[in-house]
Design a protein around this ligand. Structure first.
Ligand SMILES: *[C@@H]1O[C@H](CO)[C@@H](O)[C@H](O)[C@H]1NC(C)=O
Ligand SMILES: *[C@@H]1O[C@H](CO)[C@@H](O)[C@H](O)[C@H]1NC(C)=O
Ligand SMILES: *[C@@H]1O[C@H](CO)[C@@H](O)[C@H](O)[C@H]1NC(C)=O
Ligand SMILES: *[C@@H]1O[C@H](CO)[C@@H](O)[C@H](O)[C@H]1NC(C)=O
Ligand SMILES: *[C@@H]1O[C@H](CO)[C@@H](O)[C@H](O)[C@H]1NC(C)=O
Ligand SMILES: *[C@@H]1O[C@H](CO)[C@@H](O)[C@H](O)[C@H]1NC(C)=O
Ligand SMILES: *[C@@H]1O[C@H](CO)[C@@H](O)[C@H](O)[C@H]1NC(C)=O
Ligand SMILES: *[C@@H]1O[C@H](CO)[C@@H](O)[C@H](O)[C@H]1NC(C)=O
Ligand SMILES: *[C@@H]1O[C@H](CO)[C@@H](O)[C@H](O)[C@H]1NC(C)=O
Length: 886
């Protein structure tokens, strides 16, 4: 680092202060805190704890998990969040798990910056309302193992880049509006066939077209669930699918597949559910003889050649469910099929079974329904062993037996299961509350629907089946035994088993937010596993009615007072700056001289001149800006001041910007202007108005900022204040032994007052502030000049603006202080020329003056580490943000 840049650094530091960007003494890495704060301002209904501290890790924000001051997990399932997922999320560089599931009012497209979360392991956005295409950049998330984007409103194609996610084990894109074909690797283009670790391909309920490419499947794969049902796929079922020996569930139903079913489908001996229904498959009826594990078969509504019942009707003894409606099956229906011990339902309507029908003598004790409507059965041999539903309506036999229950549709059917509330008597609950089957008390349950996409059974009246579901829910979700209420299970139009679930809090009327987040996550990341025969599932939660209502995100007013207080924080900081500067004196060397700023715009190793080191800011021509403000028309004016005017404009790409145009006379020197651009372009903090670009042409100086409506700026500002005051407050609290009010403004005022009271001019070293000083400075020893810095700092926190020095006065004063203390900065004495110094420090990230101090004192606590990071970050290298990416 160039020691000559001392003043520059100082200025840099000050600029941050005035920008209010710095998070002092936080347990959270400032980059993370900044990103999260920014997300917070964009979301409604964030948890109330998100307003109370500005230290998401230290005074923890609900749903935020940290490790070593970095945010590693964000779990906000079912928080009723409203808003969008902006690029700020990309700032949480250490994030491993992101769960925003079941926030149905999260909308808009996904930011490509999700692709910056290179440590991400789990990404769950299920059950929101995101739209637009799935960003290609997700393919960069090399560590991703769990990706659930299901039940949103995504459109466009499946990005081939997802094929790069070699660790991926769960891929769920179901229930969106995805179109296009299934991407396969070709040459250097990746494709889904490369996902050799994937166990779950869930693509159901989209609008995917084209064929199922043969290359998609290979014997190297480990897939257990392949769900392509409910798309617009055409062509043949590729024989290669039969090489995926691990397969347990194959759902290709509800497409337009045609051609023969591959002969070797039989190879899939682990298959539990096979659903090929509602296609146009032709050729011989599929041969499933070797699929011994098969529980559930649906081959309805295809174009198979008519045939007699296939051999496997006699041998597949694991079957629970046999569905072949519109199957052109004919001849005698063999009795053996009814003897399979687990058989629950046989649905064979609209075939051509004829002759006599006899269910035989050994009938499955579980059999509940045999539907043979609209066949050609002419005689029936009934048996006393079977008294459950048998439907023969539409068969010739019913012309003779029309009086029997078999020939009538209105039969008594078994009721689907529902958790019993019999013990609770006739107690009623107020609206939104429900009766807990465990306590018989009214409470607000966590409710939603479980969708089982391939249960291996069909019968919904079986108590054991659903008791085991209840038990698994309370057990695995850590709830009180019996606190689960199930209702109204049914097979919906997609042939998913849908179950209404209500989970009750262990005590009291409500779950708290952490519990909701936890349970939501357990259900969205498949920590919860239902009994195996329920198969793959997904959950969609309803909004949870937290007692504190929504909101919780409103920010206090008093921004004007706040500015004074923000300045108050300068007390501590300026002290640090000053001391740093003094310590620098021995190493001080010549500061750079002025040179022509824009003489050469080519990158140069020179410390001065050369093109600004821009981080994403671009150069605009005068004409361009003139055009986008309608010739700087008065109607586009949104502000004015001594420096000139601010215009609103719209760039050719549609971005709305604010353009600050300097008045002649108030213009800076070229180098200053350059410096300001460099500084601003580095400061791409999302809570600040970002610099989009600049114009330096035809004697004009203009800066182009992102346009930020008033509210946002206010919110950002008060957000900052909360954060900066928090740690100060903690230090004071420790000292005075009582807890301060939670109001940020009040806190700030209090801190200033406290500092004033403690000031003691007789204490030559610490001036009475020893206890509340940063230990890094306190322990340094040499505090020459501290008092004078302090005095200046106190001036900065005067109540009345008139009594506060201007920025340039502060700088000037500081320079004088430095000089008098023997430090030779060799720069000119005007504030503006020292600003030029700043450009000198661009050979590396600008460092925070505290850094070295702290490092030297080995004060390695995380607070100060975080602090250090803030400045490395803000200084440039690590913060390479774009301007204008959306
Ligand atoms: C979500 O949006 C819907 C309609 O857009 C609205 O009725 C509902 O109140 C919103 N929910 C929340 C939690 O804001
Ligand atoms: C989903 O997107 C489609 C267009 O792709 C749109 O017509 C529809 O209204 C959207 N639905 C919701 C719930 O946002
Ligand atoms: C059947 O599965 C075996 C693995 O058990 C595999 O080697 C073989 O290629 C498969 N046969 C066909 C025709 O796919
Ligand atoms: C049969 O499948 C086709 C699609 O292949 C669908 O259009 C039709 O509605 C289905 N018929 C029945 C009765 O399910
Ligand atoms: C069905 O497949 C089995 C085993 O692959 C074979 O032995 C049997 O002959 C096949 N049945 C028909 C009708 O092709
Ligand atoms: C059943 O139908 C088949 C084919 O239509 C026919 O050959 C056979 O004779 C019928 N059997 C009886 C008993 O009607
Ligand atoms: C059928 O119903 C009619 C009247 O609905 C009744 O008169 C007749 O006895 C019934 N026949 C048998 C076999 O139950
Ligand atoms: C939320 O509830 C759980 C279980 O009742 C409890 O252990 C936890 O401390 C609560 N968390 C908060 C922040 O209140
Ligand atoms: C769900 O998340 C937990 C915690 O991160 C993790 O241990 C578990 O493996 C995840 N489950 C799945 C199925 O990925």
């Amino acid at each position: 680092m160039r020691p000559g840049g001392a003043t520059a650094r100082l200025l840099f530091f000050l600029s941050f202060f005035t920008s209010g960007i710095h998070l002092l003494f936080s347990d959270t890495d400032p980059r993370d805190a900044a990103a999260l704060n920014s997300l917070k301002t964009q979301w409604q209904n964030t948890p109330p704890s998100w307003g109370q501290s500005d230290d998401p890790c230290g005074a923890p924000w609900e749903g935020v998990t940290c490790s070593n001051s970095r945010i590693t997990a964000l779990g906000l399932s079912t928080m009723s969040l409203v808003g969008k997922l902006s690029g700020d999320i990309g700032g949480l560089a250490e994030l491993r798990s992101l769960d925003l599931s079941f926030n149905s009012n999260l909308t808009g497209p996904l930011s490509p910056r999700l692709g910056d979360l290179l440590n991400l392991n789990i990404l769950i956005l299920a059950g929101c309302s995101f739209s637009g295409s799935i960003p290609d950049e997700l393919g960069n998330l090399a560590k991703l193992s769990f990706l659930a984007l299901n039940s949103n409103n995504f459109s466009g194609g499946i990005p081939p880049s997802l094929g790069k996610l070699s660790k991926l084990y769960w891929l769920d894109l179901a229930d969106n509006q995805l179109t296009g074909t299934i991407p396969i690797s070709r040459g250097t283009t990746p494709g889904l066939d490369l996902l050799l670790n994937a166990k779950h391909f869930h693509f159901n309920k989209n609008q995917l077209s084209g064929s199922l490419p043969p290359e998609l499947f290979s014997s190297d794969m480990m897939l257990i669930h392949v769900l392509f049902d409910g798309n617009q796929l055409e062509g043949n079922i590729p024989p290669t699918i039969c090489q995926v020996q691990t397969l347990e569930v194959l759902r290709l139903d509800r497409n337009s597949l045609y051609g023969d079913v591959p002969d070797n489908l039989n190879n899939l001996t682990n298959l539990i559910e096979l659903n090929l229904a509602h296609n146009m498959l032709a050729g011989p009826f599929p041969n499933l003889t070797k699929m011994d594990a098969l529980n559930y078969v649906d081959l309805s509504n295809n174009s198979f050649e008519s045939s007699e019942a296939p051999d496997w009707f006699l041998t597949l003894s694991s079957l629970t469910t046999l569905v072949i409606e519109q199957g052109s099956l004919q001849g005698i229906l063999p009795a053996e099929v009814f003897s399979f011990p687990q058989l629950q339902q046989v649905l064979l309507r609209n075939n051509a079974f004829n002759g006599s029908f006899n269910m035989g003598v050994s009938i499955s004790p579980q059999l509940q329904l045999v539907d043979l409507q609209n066949n050609q059965i002419s005689t029936v041999t009934l048996t006393a062993d079977y008294t459950n539903r048998l439907i023969l309506v539409g068969n010739p036999v019913c012309t003779a037996l029309s009086n029997t229950s078999y020939c009538q549709l209105q039969q008594q059917s078994t009721k689907p299961y529902s958790t019993s509330l019999a013990n609770c008597g006739s107690k009623m609950c107020p609206i939104e509350q429900k009766l807990s089957p465990q306590s018989c008390e009214c409470a607000y349950p966590y409710e939603g629907s479980l969708y089982f996409r391939a249960p291996s059974f069909r019968e919904l009246s079986n108590e054991n089946t659903f008791h085991s579901l209840e038990m698994s829910l309370w057990d695995e979700l850590g709830l009180t035994p019996g606190s689960v209420f199930l209702q109204n299970p049914f097979f919906n139009v997609d042939d998913y088993l849908q179950v209404q679930v209500a989970l009750f809090p262990p005590t009291g009327k409500y779950f708290n937010r952490s519990e909701i987040q936890r349970i939501g996550f357990y259900l969205s990341n498949q920590t919860y596993k239902p009994p195996k025969y329920f198969g793959p599932y997904y959950f969609i939660a309803s909004n949870y009615p937290f007692p504190d209502g929504s909101g919780g995100n409103s920010l206090s007013s008093g921004v004007v007072v706040g500015i004074g207080i923000g300045c108050g924080l300068l007390v501590m900081s300026l002290v640090g700056v000053g001391i740093y500067a003094i310590r620098q004196k021995k190493r001080a060397e010549k500061a750079i001289g002025l040179s022509k700023p824009f003489a050469s715009w080519a990158p140069s190793g020179n410390d001065s001149g050369g093109a600004p080191q821009l981080k994403g800011a671009r150069w605009f021509s005068y004409d361009e800006l003139k055009k986008c403000t309608s010739n700087f028309s008065q109607s586009n004016e949104i502000g004015s001041g001594g420096y000139g005017k601010v215009y609103r404009g719209m760039l050719s790409d549609g971005q709305v910007v604010a353009i600050k145009r300097s008045q002649k006379g108030s213009m800076q020197g070229g180098l200053e202007f350059k410096t300001e651009i460099e500084l601003l372009s580095r400061v791409h903090h999302k809570n600040l108005v970002g610099l989009v670009g600049f114009c330096f042409e035809l004697g004009e100086q203009m800066l182009v900022y992102e346009y930020m409506p008033n509210g946002t700026l206010r919110e950002s500002l008060s957000g900052r204040l909360t954060s900066t005051t928090t740690v100060m407050q903690e230090r004071l609290e420790n000292n005075i032994g009582r807890t301060l009010t939670k109001q940020p403004i009040e806190k700030g005022k209090y801190i200033v007052r406290e500092a004033r009271m403690r000031l003691d001019r007789n204490d030559e070293t610490h001036h009475g502030l020893k206890e509340i000083m940063d230990p890094g400075i306190r322990n340094m020893g040499n505090l020459v000049g501290f008092g004078r810095f302090l005095e200046l700092a106190m001036q900065c926190v005067e109540e009345s603006a008139a009594e506060r020095p201007t920025m340039s006065e502060v700088v000037k004063e500081l320079e004088i202080l430095l000089k008098n203390d023997g430090m030779n900065t060799n720069s000119t004495t005007s504030a503006s020329s020292s600003a030029t110094d700043f450009g000198a420090s661009r050979d590396g990230p600008v460092r925070h003056p505290y850094n070295e101090v702290i490092a030297k004192n080995k004060d390695g606590n995380s607070v100060d580490n975080a602090n250090r990071d803030a400045f490395d970050h803000n200084g440039g290298a690590t913060l390479s943000e774009k301007a204008g990416s959306t």
